[in-house]
Design a binder for this molecule. Structure first.
Ligand SMILES: Nc1ncnc2c1ncn2[C@@H]1O[C@H](COP(=O)(O)OP(=O)(O)OP(=O)(O)O)[C@@H](O)[C@H]1O
Length: 631
């Protein structure tokens, strides 16, 4: 029952996707099916007229019949071209829309989706499942409609030619349909299993290609090979099971078809001998027979593949239904749960209502402010603390409901300051940056950046204010110039070079075979770690955002590269507010303020010297590193 309701929803949604192209699609589909379903009827009718004319020695009418049929075939041939083109084009346009929608949706999904879903799964939905949906719009629909139309025309013609013959045949056809229906559910189940295996296989392939260096170093090839081999064998075994079922179904159908044909011949011969049927009618009926039995035999098959397509579309719609990233204003949901559309709509409505509320308050405030005297204005400015760049008030957050990571965290950063976050591994430092970037909604508390509450600002506005340099220097496929320009797409070539110079990257870029036009390879594979870091720093310099977030940008580098990157970072930080996570405490001695995070809370704060004097967590961490460095 639930599955049926699902299917109904999927069909309605598929139809809504067709809607913008429905005229072209329907004309193409109906026309192509109409023409296609008439073609198989030509031969039986031609044979009837020619043989009957021959038997009654009316040779001149044979030529007339042939001429009429030749004209009909010519017209059908031309119409086939027109309708098939219209239909094919409509399907492609629909798929272009659908693929674009999928791509845009993937771009809008929150970071939590990517952190919790295997990239192979998304790839499988884009490649396999969208392929299956395309098949539903294209082949499945056409095949089903053509089959039904041909079957109905053929049955009508048979009734016109001889009702007894037609009735016997329909009864036998129903028996064929019943036998075939017994195979549909098991075949559909096997097809779904194969589809899932294909997804899993893609996941493993993605792992192998992304983690190829690690797998070589740790000699994981054997293990991965075995894993892939096992998956491949399972998939092959399932595919063979499907072939076995198809083979049995085909052999049953083969026997039934011949039983049907022989029965029809015997029945027809009796009618012929009794003079109740002409030879032409008998031959025509036998040829029409295949069209009608084909309807009963194949409808189940096509229906099963349509259901596979619906299963594929379900997986596609699952992505469409995910809540897009709408900022930190939605109360924390367990990221493991997929949010339903209604939840999202409620959340969006809530945000809209809050916004309307906020706007109303702002208008009132504006009115009051106009009436207030200068002293009040000063007080208001003071209350908003404009000199603060970042404020985190009593933040409670956890990736899972039951496991809070930040527990009432408070933190403030003044404009132009360099603030460092330190603390033991897993204490929540990177999580703070993720929240500032709006990657996750908070459960409780308030984040304010440059005077804007995250709960009422847009992600676009928020991210315009922030440049982020992460541990993982990510470069996109393309040239070095492209990768720097992503910081500000409108930048001129000179500005790109200036940013690279400031990031200490210009010299090594000029040493590359094609300078700024050098292709960096997938994830920047053709560059060293330090070079990649400096390109991402150049990108951040080009962005020129007032707030800079650094996540251990130099942790993976040797000392020479680190020095170059440090110099680049100094230039990047000039005139900016910076929040930096650094495990090497020596690098943050100059920080205006250091926050020590432990168990999701600020446990100590102050300058380097003050914190050492406290002889607390910072002192312990510092001494541990100092000892390690001395060893
Ligand atoms: N996407 C995620 N889903 C679930 N838990 C997560 C996720 N990311 C981090 N965590 C958990 O949150 C906690 C804090 O992680 P976080 O990365 O913020 O720590 P950190 O202080 O930056 O650590 P490190 O110094 O080792 O980088 C850890 O227990 C970690 O396992």
């Amino acid at each position: 029952m639930i599955r049926l309701r699902h299917q109904k929803v999927e069909i309605v949604r598929l139809l809504s996707i067709i809607a913008p192209h429905k005229k072209r699609y329907l004309i193409g589909l109906l026309g192509a099916c109409l023409v296609g379903s008439l073609v198989p009827l030509i031969m039986p009718m031609l044979i009837k007229f020619v043989i009957d004319a021959n038997v009654s020695s009316k040779m001149e009418s044979i030529f007339i019949v042939c001429a009429i049929f030749a004209i009909i075939i010519l017209i059908l041939g031309m119409l086939t071209r027109v309708f098939q083109y219209a239909f094919g084009k409509a399907v492609k346009l629909i798929m272009v829309d659908l693929r674009l929608k999928m791509f845009q949706k993937l771009e809008q999904l929150p970071i939590s989706y990517y952190e919790q879903t295997h990239s192979g799964d998304s790839m499988s939905r884009i490649n396999n499942d969208l392929g299956v949906v395309e098949n539903a719009f294209n082949e499945n629909m056409r095949a089903i409609l053509s089959l039904v139309m041909t079957g109905i025309y053929a049955a009508a013609l048979m009734f016109y030619l001889d009702w007894r013959f037609a009735t016997a045949l329909i009864l036998f056809g129903l028996l064929t349909a019943y036998v075939n229906s017994k195979f549909i559910t098991p075949l559909r189940k096997v097809s779904n299993t194969i589809q899932n295996f294909a997804g899993k296989q893609l996941e493993l392939l993605t792992e192998i290609t992304a983690g190829t260096q690690v797998s070589r170093i740790y000699q994981m090839s054997n293990k991965l090979n075995k894993q892939y081999e096992k998956m491949n064998d399972q998939m092959a075994a399932t595919a063979v099971a499907r072939t076995k079922k198809y083979a049995l179904l085909n052999s049953v159908n083969f026997l039934m078809m011949w039983l049907n044909t022989i029965g029809a011949f015997v029945f027809g011969a009796v009618l012929l001998m009794k003079g109740q049927m002409t030879l032409g009618t008998l031959l025509s009926l036998v040829l029409l027979l295949e069209q009608v039995t084909s309807l009963f035999r194949n409808l189940g098959n096509y229906w099963a593949s349509l259901q596979t397509a619906l299963a594929g579309s379900y997986r596609v719609f699952e992505i469409f239904d995910l809540q897009p990233e709408i900022g930190a204003h939605v109360a924390l949901q367990s990221p493991t749960k997929l949010l339903t559309t209604s939840n999202y709509n409620n959340a969006t409505k809530q945000v809209a209502e809050e916004k309307v509320g906020n706007e109303a308050i702002e208008i009132n405030e504006e009115k009051e402010e106009n009436e207030a005297n200068e002293v009040q204005e000063v007080a208001e400015v003071g209350r908003r603390k404009p000199h603060k760049m970042v404020e985190l008030h009593n933040i409670v957050f956890g990736y899972q409901m039951e496991k809070p990571i930040l527990n009432g965290l408070n933190l403030a950063v003044n404009k132009g300051e360099l603030v460092a976050l330190v603390g033991p591994s897993g204490s929540g430092k990177s999580t703070i940056l993720k929240l500032l970037l709006g990657f996750y909604p908070i459960e409780q508390g308030e984040i304010i950046i440059a005077g804007d509450k995250l709960s009422s600002t847009t992600m676009e506005r928020l991210r315009q204010q922030i440049a982020y340099v992460s541990q993982d220097a990510y470069l996109f496929e393309g040239t070095i110039e492209d990768n720097i320009r992503y910081g500000r797409m409108s930048a001129t070539y000179d500005e790109v070079i200036a940013a690279a110079e400031a990031a200490e990257a210009h010299a090594f870029i000029m040493e590359q075979p094609e300078g700024y036009s050098t292709i960096v390879g997938e994830r920047g594979a053709k560059l060293s770690g330090g070079q990649k870091q400096r390109i991402t720093i150049a990108r951040a310099i080009l962005k020129n955002a007032p707030l800079l977030l650094l996540d251990e940008a130099t942790s993976a580098l040797d000392s020479q590269s680190e020095m170059a990157v440090q110099q680049a970072l100094q230039k990047l930080m000039e005139g900016k507010t910076t929040i930096a996570i650094a495990h090497r405490l020596s690098t943050i001695r100059k920080a205006d303020k250091i926050y020590v995070i432990e168990n999701g809370k600020v446990v100590e704060e102050g300058k380097h010297v003050q914190l050492l004097e406290l002889k607390g967590v910072y002192h312990r961490l510092y001494n541990m590193q100092d000892n390690n460095n001395r060893r």
